[in-house]
Design a protein around this ligand. Structure first.
Ligand code: SF4
Length: 157
């Protein structure tokens, strides 16, 4: 599977051509509530385990489920990410999927999709101005994870 966004996405006009301000307030709204899928690759798991000072196997056993060449993160009650305990406990080494939010392909491909996130994320519209180039770079960085998540959703059983 090609894990690069088609060039046409980079070249066309976007609602974010003039940039978007964003600064995570660490409110946790995107880490709790509705169930979601967070993918971690092996390097990300290694970094998280080292950061928490626990063996990788323990992290895998208690917090992750294997998926393809990596893992999905388990959820606790009501969709809470298992790494969220009054804040993200692995924030400095959080996976690419979390570090690139909200600038994901699925959020940036249309204004409608973006507006849904804007309503949920108080970090949007404040802080640093991300240029179109910055945003496209983050969309590109998170795109392989987007494909994994889509694959996960459509994998039977
Ligand atoms: S909803 Fe937005 S502001 Fe809140 S933790 Fe997630 S990214 Fe940060």
């Amino acid at each position: 599977m090609n894990s690069t966004i088609p060039g046409s996405f980079h070249d066309r006009k976007h609602f974010f051509d003039n940039g978007i301000r964003f600064e995570c307030t660490r409110c946790g709204a995107c880490c709790t509530g509705e169930p979601g899928i967070v993918y971690m690759d092996r390097d990300e798991v290694r970094r998280a385990a080292a950061f928490l000072g626990i063996p990788g196997e323990v992290l895998e056993e208690r917090m992750l489920d294997p998926f393809k060449d990596g893992y999905t993160v388990r959820e606790a009650e009501q969709g809470r990410c298992i790494f969220y305990e009054n804040g993200c406990v692995i924030y400095p080494v959080r996976p690419v999927q979390c570090a690139t939010f909200p600038f994901w392909f699925q959020n940036m491909r249309s204004l409608l999709a973006w507006e849904e996130n804007r309503l949920r994320c108080p970090g949007i519209g404040r802080g640093r101005l991300f240029s179109k180039e910055d945003i496209l770079m983050l969309v590109e960085a998170s795109y392989p994870v987007y494909l994994k998540v889509v694959e996960f959703i459509y994998t039977p059983g």
